[in-house]
Design a protein around this ligand. Structure first.
Ligand code: ADP
Ligand code: MG
Length: 250
């Protein structure tokens, strides 16, 4: 049983604070949804957690089982058990998926010879076409294919906690269900803890959240159960200071 703990986190870019004090605790096996209007700081939270260059932390702590993450470089945060499925996964020409995953497994003390079989098994689970597996990482993949690629990596790497930044965007209904089911299964099979950033409750109909948070203007302004996601689906984010056209109801 592990605990990802974010406490009093204030962060931003030079000259601008974007996150104005975030408190959030996710335990193994739990799914927490983070919803909120465009520009509220959702992706910034994911970047700051993973240590993307260009962001500054002004205050607060992020720990897994008490061990500080914020002083670590990104690769050591990954080794500590944190995974990020990016909103916009980047292309990495010249590096294949299996090479990248094999390196990550070896760095974690696992047998890289297993990577081929693991990738094939994960691809089958989420209906990811094997033609994509030999391509350079994300090169010439559609938005939806990249999201499945991120989910496949999550399945192979078996992190303790995963931040999913709009993993549902660009996915058609069948792909969305496959991805959500795979993540949900990981919460049961290996006790994955999830921070699922999403605009829409349709992801959460399969990946059932234990807790739903609303992030607005860099703050968590509401926390509730799954019914909060359903309410947002009807009302949008107007009540939380989001523009009318930014809500899921639009
Ligand atoms: P969300 O993911 O909730 O839509 P973001 O975290 O991407 O929001 O962005 C929050 C705000 O911070 C936006 O106004 C965005 O333009 C700004 N922002 C985020 N990252 C950067 C950056 N690297 N440089 C400049 N502005 C940024
Ligand atoms: Mg975003």
């Amino acid at each position: 049983m592990s605990q990802l703990r974010i406490a009093g986190l204030r962060a931003g870019i030079p000259g601008r604070e974007i996150l104005n004090g975030i408190d959030l605790e996710v335990a193994s096996g739990e799914v927490h949804a983070v919803m909120g209007p465009n520009g509220s700081g959702k992706s910034t939270l994911s970047h700051v957690l993973m240590g993307r260059p260009g962001y500054q932390v002004h205050a607060g702590t992020v720990t897994i089982d008490g061990a500080d993450l914020l002083t670590l470089p990104t690769w050591q945060r990954a080794q500590a058990g944190l995974f990020l499925a990016m909103q916009y996964p980047i292309e990495v020409p010249g590096v294949s998926l299996e090479e990248a995953l094999g390196e990550a497994m070896a760095a974690a003390g696992r047998d890289r010879a297993e990577v081929g079989a693991l990738v094939a098994a994960e691809a089958a689970r989420i209906g990811f076409d094997h033609r994509f597996l030999s391509r350079p990482l994300n090169v010439d993949l559609s938005g939806g294919e990249r999201k499945r690629n991120e989910t496949l990596q999550l399945g192979v790497l078996r992190p303790r906690f995963a931040v999913l930044d709009e993993v549902d965007s660009g996915l058609d209904y069948d792909a969305l269900r496959a991805v959500a089911r795979r993540v949900e299964a990981a919460t049961d099979e290996v006790g994955l803890g999830v921070l699922a950033i999403t605009h829409y409750s349709r992801l959460l109909q399969v990946l059932r959240p234990d807790v739903v948070h609303v992030l607005a203007h860099g703050r968590i302004v509401a926390t509730g159960g799954p019914e909060l996601a359903e309410e947002l689906d009807r009302t949008g984010y107007r009540a939380y200071g989001g523009a009318e056209d930014e809500g899921p109801a639009a």
